[in-house]
Design a protein around this ligand. Structure first.
Ligand code: GLU
Length: 269
């Protein structure tokens, strides 16, 4: 199987270290497997759009040398999503609700997948999932529809993302089934925590990679530091250059526990 992975950032703000780490792990996985790394801007939520965010996403990737093989932008693909929503309407798997289109969640089923991080089975009962919107009344798709349609059409083999998306995955799997498509392999990475063990945020004084660059950190150090946020190549190896990281990277060595962001570690590197 050809490995094709993607990051799917929404331009709703300047990417934080968590998003950037996700990008880097996708990149390492792609390069290790001689696959492709794709950037897809998920800009279909017009209400949350932040000017300058897309530029910052590319600036960060470029500075770090996380080079993409292909790039896409969802706002240029709206017709594709509409067409797919119509397919589900025709098959009676979705219905109109005040100008929006909702997916009909089948009752009394179990949806499950084996997550590559920790190799564990995750299941949800469909009874706890309500009929969700796939196309909004402004004609734009929701995240769920656009994400699934694109992951399929772009031949994504592995979806590697933060574990805050786990609750979306059963909805995605239901959409794959409705379309008659094979879902990709899912790998949900534990979210990064601050030193006080709560979800890393601005409160912890940690900002974006652009701020860290301004503070004078070298990109080589940042890449090395980010790699160690959740990945352990085994042994006590800690200082690595990019080629070494590509050579050693394996999703089975990504920890199932949340990594703790420690600025002293970055300083040390
Ligand atoms: N647009 C989502 C985000 O902002 C993508 C999540 C995913 O990778 O599916 O991160």
């Amino acid at each position: 199987m050809m490995v094709r992975v993607r990051i799917a950032p929404s331009p709703t703000g300047i990417p934080h270290i968590g998003n950037t780490r996700t990008a880097f792990f996708n990149y390492l996985f792609a390069k290790h497997n001689k696959g492709k790394f794709i950037v897809r801007i998920e800009d279909t939520d017009r209400a949350r759009f932040v000017a300058g965010a897309e530029k910052a996403i590319y600036e960060i990737l470029q500075w770090l040398g996380i080079v993409w093989d292909e790039k896409y932008k969802q706002s240029e693909r709206v017709e594709i999503y509409k067409k797919h929503a119509e397919q589900l309407l025709e098959k009676d798997l979705a219905y109109k609700d005040e100008g929006a289109v909702r997916f009909k969640v089948p009752g009394s089923q179990e949806v499950s997948w084996t997550d590559l991080i920790g190799n564990k089975k995750i299941s949800f009962k469909t009874d706890v999932i309500e009929d969700f919107v796939i196309l909004k009344s402004d004609g734009f798709p929701t995240y769920h529809l656009a994400n699934v349609v694109d992951d399929h059409l772009m031949d994504i083999s592995h979806v590697i993302r933060g574990d805050e998306w786990i609750s979306s995955t059963p909805k995605h799997i239901l959409l794959y089934v409705a379309f008659g498509w094979q879902p990709p392999v899912f790998a949900h990475m534990p979210v990064i925590l601050g030193p006080d063990k709560t979800k890393l945020s601005k409160r912890h004084g940690v900002r974006s990679v652009l701020d860290l660059r301004r503070d004078g950190y070298l990109k080589e150090a940042l890449l090395n530091f980010m790699a160690l946020l959740g990945w352990n190549p085994g042994g006590d190896k800690e200082i690595m250059d990019i080629n070494e990281m590509i050579k050693l990277f394996d999703l089975k060595d990504v920890n199932t526990n949340s990594p703790i962001f420690d600025i002293n570690k970055l300083d040390w590197i």
